[in-house]
Design a protein around this ligand. Structure first.
Ligand code: ADP
Length: 497
């Protein structure tokens, strides 16, 4: 095997060895069973850890721990001020261990270390944001009949479960866990089998910050463990982020127990570029929108829809940007893009590209890649296919950008809305009215104008159509992780006689 240009930090190697030997360092990991699974560094195709799969018994044990902790009131009935303090301590621990967590997340996902660092900073920021919410949720008094006093109060939902993917392992878990904890819920999480390491480390930090035993429970394993979890009648809510296919299976399982679900699923987000745009800014935004995290992003801006008059110039400039990419190992300082997460995922993408080629597409394969045996794929631009082609319609989850040209605003909107997805969109224009008109017409949960991929803890995030339903982040999480109760009292004098 080719030598790595960068060594894995010694503290991470030591921790991986400990974890592989079953030393999770936290009672919050519930995983015992006969089976094990391996976790790989996708940038070197080498093994990072060997972990136990949580059996059905482990799943039941985790749910029962969560239920007991919830009913005991050890967290659910603490004062919001105390929960705020614990969450602030947790955010501080994430920052204390920032280098460790960033390196671990980079190795596990394959993304360049600089991207993983942004993810871990976001984790601390989101935890702090929801710490602040703990003592700021309140109900209302409501006008009703003259003899009635009516109010609403908010309490925790109960036992909440999260099933999460491998592309942003810790941030996506925290979008769910931070508000759940802030409002007093107990929690069971099942991270992706492809990148579970940061979650294992993080649940240790939860204990250290003072989250009581039983409140946060982590399960390990793949689809079977996830399926055992969501099929349980012991959950009050399931929050899922992942593929549309799995989302449908989870919704079906949840329906049997009338468990609440929120689903954040796939996307095929359009980037609408109009002739009046700031072309330098738009080129940079389109490149970043599709090549960040090797396009393995639910909001990847994977469809360029561009006004014909600037298409040639725009593409020439975009190709130049792509040519500068170096696709390599997460800890190789030269890497501007990492590998695809697994060989299976890489096969899926390359067979979709082969199909496109057969159907007459022109492919631009850009940049250079490392000689390590990672699952590398270069930035790719695909031209020459009808917008009805599956390349334009289906989520590829790779660094692949399709191109279609348009001659009018209405044509751009029609193409943008022509897929079954509705997660996000980008609009690049120099005309203020056009920006607002187009943003309003696009069927998507988020529309970015003259920017792309801007996330903030205050901004609600989620999709329409096959991209799912429910919103995470921002104030929306109050609805997601509290239950609203209406209390009505008869205050007429006769009642007291
Ligand atoms: P991705 O393509 O992003 O990996 P998946 O939907 O396959 O998307 O996986 C997302 C998460 O869902 C992972 O944690 C995975 O283990 C889990 N999962 C897969 N199948 C099921 C299932 N049938 N029920 C519950 N969880 C599942």
């Amino acid at each position: 095997m080719t030598e790595l240009r960068v060594a894995i930090p010694a503290d991470i190697t030591a921790w991986l060895n400990k974890v592989s030997a079953g030393g999770f360092g936290s009672v919050n990991v519930i995983a015992s069973g006969e089976q094990t699974f391996e976790v790989f560094d996708p940038g070197a195709a080498s093994r990072l850890a060997n972990l136990p799969v949580s059996s059905k018994t482990s799943v039941e044990q985790a749910i029962s721990r969560a239920r007991k902790s919830f009913e005991s009131g050890i967290w659910s009935k603490t004062s919001p001020d105390d929960r705020e303090k614990v969450l602030l301590a947790l955010a501080a621990l994430v920052e204390r261990d920032f280098d460790f967590l960033s390196n671990l997340e980079a190795l596990d996902t394959g993304k360049p270390l600089a991207e993983a660092m942004l993810d871990i900073q976001e984790v601390a920021t989101v935890i702090r944001y929801y710490a602040g919410w703990a003592n700021k949720v309140s109900g209302q008094t409501i006008a009703t009949a003259i003899n009635l006093s009516a109010m609403t109060v908010r309490g925790p939902v109960g036992v909440c479960a999260a099933i999460t993917p491998w592309n942003y392992p810790l941030p996506i878990l925290i979008y769910k866990l931070a508000p759940a904890l802030a409002f007093g819920n107990s929690f069971v999480a099942k991270p992706s089998e492809l990148a579970p390491l940061s979650a294992i480390y993080f649940v240790g930090l939860c204990a250290e910050a003072g989250v009581p035993d039983g409140v946060v429970n982590l399960l390990l394993g793949a689809g079977q463990t996830g399926s055992d979890l969501v099929s349980s009648s012991g959950l009050d809510k399931i929050a899922f982020t992942g593929s549309s296919r799995t989302g449908q299976a989870i919704m079906a399982a949840a329906s049997k127990n009338t468990t609440k679900v929120t689903l954040e699923l796939g996307g095929k987000s359009p980037q609408l570029v109009f002739a009046s745009c700031d072309i330098d800014k738009a080129v940079a935004g389109v490149a970043m929108g599709i090549w960040t995290n090797a396009g393995q992003v639910c909001v990847a801006g994977s469809r360029l829809i561009i006004e014909k008059s600037i298409k040639e110039e725009f593409l020439n400039r975009l190709i130049k940007v792509g040519e500068d990419y170096f696709v390599g190992h997460s800890l190789d300082a030269r890497s501007s893009m990492g590998p695809i997460i697994s060989a299976t995922q890489l096969d899926k993408i390359t067979s979709a590209l082969d199909g496109a080629k057969k159907d007459g597409a022109v492919l631009h394969l850009l940049g250079k890649s490392s000689e390590l045996p990672g699952h590398f794929l270069n930035p790719i631009i695909v031209e020459g296919l009808a917008t009805s082609h599956s390349m334009h319609q289906e989520e590829i989850f790779g660094p692949v950008l399709t191109v279609s040209s348009i001659e009018s605003e209405s044509e751009a909107i029609a193409i943008a809305n022509s897929t079954r997805y509705g997660l996000a969109a980008g609009v690049w224009t120099g005309k203020a009215g056009q920006a607002q008109r187009v943003a309003r017409e696009i069927d998507a949960g988020t529309v970015w104008v003259n920017t792309y991929g801007a996330f903030h803890p205050t901004l609600p995030f989620g999709g329409t159509k096959s991209s799912g339903f429910g919103r995470e982040l921002g104030e929306s999480a109050v609805d997601g992780y509290t239950e609203l109760k209406t209390i009505v009292e008869d205050i007429s004098k006769a009642e007291e006689n």
